[in-house]
Write a protein that binds this ligand. Structure first.
Ligand code: ADP
Ligand code: ASP
Ligand code: MG
Length: 814
């Protein structure tokens, strides 16, 4: 005999029922088969909803009934196009009994647990009837046996307890004489010893099948569902989750107890007692090997086998200085809960003598509070303890594995991983058997927590980065292109899964937490919602993705004002915008502080020297104990371009125009030409070297005329450049006469910084600096005579984009 169980989705459509029949047809050739079926997917919920509406005197229960009715009639007529009178009459009889029951509930305005069981039992009764009739119609040797005749329980309605000896005997007696190749049985439903309809609890069809397998001592119990086994985490929440090949009974039980709905927890015990393995299979892809659950397995080396979660949890805390003296305190507490049938899902290990903290399902929390406050009324009145304190909107997340106890450091890794992602842990419990470590966290963080932990324990090799880019102009566009080009390489070689999940320009913004398809990002962005800086931040917060990175490719102060808000959410910030790092010292140092506090990197390599690794090198020098004594640098790609191209055959104005049109200047070229941009850069280097300095502390000897400096628009500025051409020609002529080149130089010496135009004589390292190149020379305690020199392209969209890219990858490699 083989025992199979098919769940709600498996019998939820004509197409799927055909798949079920195909599987049974194959099995029946080699063995007798017992097949337990659930209600058609969603029907149990609908029955409960109809009952609730009827009880509330809401006539909408009729609509729910009508949907249930038509669902079953449609399935029947598709499976058996010319059904007999007998079949349709039987189905209609069942449906009209259901309708009468609902009408009755409506009339008396009451839905007891007993009636509720009667009501939900219709789901399985209807599905098993239709499936059996279809099989008979197709010439298969099938019969239906009502489980209510063989599964005996107590009268604990909605989740009755099974009388094993009677049930096993009934099953064995029945199958002794059952001759049919296929027996179809409704799951979930049963009867009490006094003959009342009961059910085995939501998800209980798995349990029905386990009882059959145990009673009949079959070789295995097959649970057929809509996923290919028990996964490392709920596949609906964690895209990277994968089926676990083998599990021990204990592990399967722990995973299902902690929320892996794929197996109803009580299912394990009956088969465990008889040492019958459970196989979880996928009706939609029968060829997948699924999960094999048995007594012992050889570990594949992973000590954490799966991650589970339970939502809608409330945490209750009872505390007070007087608790120490109250005899039998815990006993009284848990007895009170047991009397009221309140299930305690979680007790913290840390319960001290003064306080005890435990978790219950949220919908039972008010009742729990009431009964405990009443039970301890006397002690509360004496102020020995405080009334119970309830916290809601929580979830439990649990790591599960038999071998966890042999591996130190798992809980450390769990909590540091959660902490790094700004997920606050409210309470912790480690099972005495050390087969699970669970934590209580806010329900809003559950998806992030599952994914982060999954990544940490199961995808050791890949790290997902979720990038939000604001400002997809020239540089931004190149960055997106580079990401598109490098995606595969990053994944294959660096094990970084880089996804752009948010994109914005000044007009529009788009989001996609699966990653924006980069082939069509421009069209998608054009059709996006209206952009707003706050809206972008809100969405990044709301998506709450792990390893989130905000990338600022604007030159906008309002954007830089939001960095603190991002960092506080543990969202890393990567900026080529220089405003924040060159703003007031307090702001700069606060951002650095927030970055440390919230474990969110704040990187701005492109603030100086575009893609050149200037800041990174400086940071490495300092981290390794070196000290900067002096910095000499040419830091403006645009000014270098201007002075390398300007001579007595062209006009200063035209060269500046060219620099702008080739994208080397800031959007407002005055920021470059006035020296402000270079001053900001040397300020940032000074600060990164450890100096407390502000922009006003930097001496800026401008080479512009007062007319240039007082222009009040970019156009006006260009006009003044034409008017003052003679001034610029004079600067050029002087340098030429001295055999020198004009370079705009930034210097830091003895804690003082200055920027200005200089005539650089032949032989100086700056003399031959070409095009838009930058050069930085660091003199340090270790580099005394020969400075550490970094030289290369210091402006341009491509190099800036690759500098941003490098910062993003730095975060990935962390
Ligand atoms: P059935 O109707 O076949 O009994 P269920 O809905 O009860 O199916 O259980 C299957 C569902 O369990 C999956 O579709 C999945 O959403 C959920 N699930 C939760 N955790 C896990 C897990 N760790 N592995 C597999 N499925 C899980
Ligand atoms: N139909 C019942 C439920 O939805 C039992 C089951 O499917 O296992 O809970
Ligand atoms: Mg189920």
């Amino acid at each position: 005999m083989r025992v199979l169980k098919f769940g709600g989705t498996s019998v939820g459509s004509v197409e799927n029922i055909n798949k079920v029949i195909k599987i049974l047809e194959d099995y029946e050739k080699s063995a007798q088969v017992s097949c337990v079926v659930s209600a058609v997917g969603g029907v149990t919920d609908k029955l409960l909803k109809a009952g609730e509406l009827a009880q509330q005197k809401n006539e909408l229960y009729i609509d729910e009934y009508n949907i249930i009715q038509s669902t079953h009639l449609n399935i029947l007529s598709s499976l058996i196009p010319n059904y007999s009178n007998e079949v349709i009459t039987k189905l209609n009889d069942k449906l009209s009994s259901l309708k009468s029951l609902l009408d009755g509930i409506y009339l008396i305005n009451e839905l007891s647990p007993k009636t509720s069981d009667k009501l939900v039992s219709f789901g399985e009764l209807l599905s098993s009837f239709i499936i059996t009739e279809t099989m008979k119609f197709r010439g298969l040797d099938a019969v239906r046996k009502n489980s209510q005749d063989i599964i005996v329980t107590n009268s604990n309605f909605t989740k009755a307890e099974v009388n094993y000896s009677l049930t096993y005997k009934n099953i064995q007696d029945y199958f002794k004489t059952a001759k049919q190749r296929i027996t179809i049985l409704p799951g979930f439903v049963s009867k009490s010893e006094t003959g009342e309809i009961t059910t085995l609890g939501r998800g209980g069809s798995d349990f029905t099948a386990a009882l059959l397998a145990a009673a009949l001592q079959t070789d295995s119990l097959e649970i057929w569902t809509d996923v290919s086994g028990m996964f490392t985490a709920n596949p609906k929440m964690v895209k990277q989750a994968y089926p676990i090949e083998k599990l021990s009974y204990q592990e399967a039980m722990e995973l299902s107890h902690f929320g892996a709905k794929v197996l109803y927890p009580p299912t394990v015990q009956p088969v465990l007692d008889k040492n019958i393995p459970i196989v979880i299979k996928n009706t939609m892809s029968p060829e997948a090997s699924g999960t094999f659950i048995a007594k012992a397995y050889t570990s594949n080396g992973l000590s954490v086998r799966g991650i589970s979660n339970i939502n809608h949890i409330a945490l209750l805390t009872l505390e007070g200085s007087g608790m120490v003296g109250i005899p039998g305190f815990s006993k009284r507490l848990f007895e009170t809960l047991a009397i009221h049938k309140i299930n305690v899902v979680f007790i913290t290990q840390a319960s001290s003598e003064h306080s005890i903290c435990f978790g219950v399902n949220e919908n039972e929390s008010e009742l729990a509070k009431k009964v405990i406050d009443t039970a301890f009324e006397y002690e509360i009145s004496l102020h020995k303890i405080n009334p119970i304190y309830v916290e809601k909107d929580l979830s439990i997340i649990a790591l599960i594995g038999d071998n966890m106890k042999n591996h130190q450091g798992i809980s450390g890794k769990m909590f540091s991983t959660l902490g790094k992602n700004n997920i606050n842990v409210r309470a912790i419990a480690q099972g005495a058997s050390e087969k699970n470590i669970s934590a209580v966290i806010a329900e809003k963080d559950i998806k992030k927590a599952l994914n982060t932990l999954h990544e940490a324990f199961f995808e050791v090799k890949t790290k997902q980065l979720n990038v939000f880019i604001t400002g997809v102009g020239n540089v931004g566009e190149r960055l997106v292109e580079q990401v598109k080009q490098q995606k595969k390489y990053l994944k294959d070689t660096l094990k970084i899964n880089l996804r752009i999940v948010g994109l914005s320009n000044s007009r529009k913004m788009i989001f996609n937490d699966d990653g924006i398809p980069l082939k069509s990002w421009k069209e998608l962005l054009n059709q996006g919602e209206t952009a707003s800086l706050e809206g972008f931040l809100d969405k990044a917060k709301q998506l709450n993705l792990r390893n989130s990175i905000f990338v600022d490719i604007t030159a906008n102060e309002d954007v830089s004002n939001l960095y603190a808000s991002y960092l506080q959410e543990s969202i890393a910030v990567v900026a080529c915008n220089k405003i924040a790092c060159s703003s007031a010292f307090n702001n700069y140092s606060n951002l650095k502080y927030l970055s440390r506090k919230y474990n969110a990197p704040f990187l701005f390599e492109t603030n100086v020297g575009a893609g050149l690794p200037v800041i990174d090198t400086l940071n490495n020098l300092i981290a390794s104990g070196d000290k900067v004594t002096s910095i000499q640098a040419v830091l403006s790609g645009s000014l270098n371009f201007v002075f390398n191209n300007f001579n007595d055959t062209n006009k200063f104005h035209d060269v500046v125009k060219q620099a702008q049109s080739e994208g080397y200047t800031e959007p407002d070229p005055r920021i470059d030409l006035s020296g402000v941009d270079v001053a900001r850069k040397i300020l940032i280097l000074a600060r990164e070297s450890g100096l407390k300095m502000d922009l006003e502390d930097i001496e800026n000897q401008s080479f512009l005329t007062s007319k240039n400096l007082s222009s009040d628009s970019v156009d006006d500025f260009y006009d003044t450049l034409i008017a003052d051409e003679a001034h610029f020609q004079k600067l050029y002529a002087s340098a030429k006469a001295n055999n020198s080149q004009l370079k705009y130089v930034a210097e830091l010496n003895n804690g003082k910084a200055k920027v200005g135009l200089k005539e650089i004589p032949q032989g100086h390292p700056f003399y031959n600096l070409e095009g838009k190149d930058n050069i930085v020379m660091f003199y340090t305690h270790r580099y005394v005579d020969q400075p550490m020199i970094i030289k290369g392209a210091g402006a341009g969209a491509d190099v800036t984009a690759s500098g941003l890219f490098a910062d993003i990858i730095r975060i990935g490699n962390d």
